[in-house]
Design a protein around this ligand. Structure first.
Ligand SMILES: *Cc1c(COP(=O)(O)O)cnc(C)c1O
Length: 419
């Protein structure tokens, strides 16, 4: 459910007609609905309230906008960060450092140092080597790093290969068979306080079974580690719950997910941690675009829009689907290919899709663009960096400026040897 709806034939974000934003800010532009964001945050949190002890760390990479993080901080969310840049954002949004989890396979010494100094609540270690390096840094700072060991459970998440992270051939975590021995060694390393295991098997999961299989497997490992005499007080179950991108698709609901977790973890006696991203932010945003022109094709016409793969990379990266809708639909439909202006054939949003009929100058949206949208934007083809807007009832504000090519050019230098 979201708060993007038609009123008087015009698509609105809450109480704001999208043409008002498009006219004042220009296109393309991401528009987020605060009410939708708050609603998703609460639905997920309330679903998990059936668990004895649950903590939620929002996966910042899915939407790192400061205004988005502020809303989630106010809802009691912590943050799952994968770089010092994301860490600084979470802190800037007022998140409690203790509620910040530092994930990622390539944390540098500088990043570990900053995170330790900031009081980061948990480091999810991706290897023994990383743990030993973190321990050394922690000792040099006179600190102890709270850690979980990320395990690769070798479970197929059944999602797109490029967002699958829990198979043995993926780079993430330590191999399941070696995890207990690594945990035991790290638990004896001065500077570290090992408190649990972490896993995250992939993103945009459409079924709960792979998650259940992975949780069950890692639960067994937890028991082995305890039997060997080590404490396990926290278990971080990651993120990955998918969202429907196509109208009519059915996905597991947060209550189904929570019920499955409750069943699998009934006798674990730990604090459970969650790292949802997409399920919180996916539906909270649309990408508003304007049709540049409709070009005749050999087969279907090409609808050329002013948004491109640099603004919304998911279709080019993962063959992802985003529903496309006219902001002021006429009621007519057409079958078309939807593409952006970039000089790559991968700059394609849809092929042979039945869509609202559109023509030059019309506004349209790509739906469900709140997660892995603006966060992946870049300036390829020297296009501006796409702006972001947040709507709250009848109010709205630009929450990230459009960064124009002149600003980017100003950061470039012609060296003396070319003068
Ligand atoms: C990306 C990521 C998440 C969030 O994934 P979603 O599919 O957006 O829920 C959580 N944890 C880790 C470690 C991640 O890399």
């Amino acid at each position: 459910m979201d708060h993007f709806h038609y009123s008087g034939g015009v698509l609105h974000a809450e109480d704001v007609p999208l043409p008002v934003i498009a006219d004042q800010v220009g296109t393309p532009v991401y528009v987020y609905s605060r009410a939708t964001l708050t609603r998703h945050a609460r639905v997920f949190r309330d679903a998990l309230s059936i668990l004895p002890a649950a903590r939620i760390a929002f996966a910042v990479k899915s939407n790192p906008n400061l205004a988005v993080l502020k809303v989630l901080a106010a809802e009691g969310y912590g943050a799952d960060v994968v770089s010092v840049g994301e860490l600084e954002r979470a802190l800037a949004a007022g998140m409690d450092p203790e509620a910040i989890v530092f994930s990622g396979v390539g944390k540098t010494a500088a990043e570990m140092t900053r995170a330790l100094q900031a009081g980061c609540g948990q480091f999810n270690l991706e290897s023994e080597e990383e743990g030993l390096e973190l321990a050394e840094i922690a000792r040099s700072l006179g600190k102890t790093a709270s850690c979980a060991l990320r395990v690769n459970p070798d479970v197929d998440a059944g999602t797109h290969g490029k967002i699958s992270t829990g198979k043995a051939e993926n780079k993430f975590g330590v191999p399941y068979d070696r995890a207990a021995a690594i945990y035991a060694r790290l638990a004896q390393t001065e500077g570290l306080a090992m408190r649990g295991l972490a896993l995250h098997i992939g993103s945009q999961l459409s079924k709960l079974d792979p998650l259940e299989a992975a949780f069950t497997k890692v639960g067994g490992l937890m028991k082995d580690i305890r039997a060997a005499g080590h404490a396990v007080t926290h278990m971080d179950l990651g993120g990955g719950v998918g969202v429907p991108y196509k109208a009519g698709d059915v996905f597991p609901q947060p209550e189904d997910y929570a019920a499955m977790v409750a069943r699998v973890t009934a006798d674990w006696d730990v604090t459970l941690m969650f790292e949802p991203g997409r399920v919180i932010t996916g539906n909270t945003g649309v990408l508003v675009t304007r049709v540049v022109r409709v070009k005749e094709g050999v087969g279907n016409p090409w609808v050329v829009v002013d948004a491109a793969m640099n603004d919304l990379a998911r279709p080019a990266l993962y063959d992802a689907w985003h529903d496309f809708a006219a902001v002021e639909p006429s009621g007519e439909t057409m079958t078309a290919n939807i593409v952006g202006p970039i000089c790559e054939s991968s700059d394609t949003f849809a092929m042979a899709r039945e869509i609202d009929a559109v023509q030059r100058g019309d506004l349209a949206v790509f739906r469900t663009a709140g997660a892995y949208g603006a966060t992946m934007a870049n300036t390829y083809n020297s296009r501006p960096l796409v702006p972001e807007v947040m709507v709250d009832g009848a109010k709205w504000a630009v929450v990230a400026d459009r960064i124009d090519p002149a600003t980017i050019l100003a950061a470039e230098r012609v060296p003396d040897f070319l003068a």
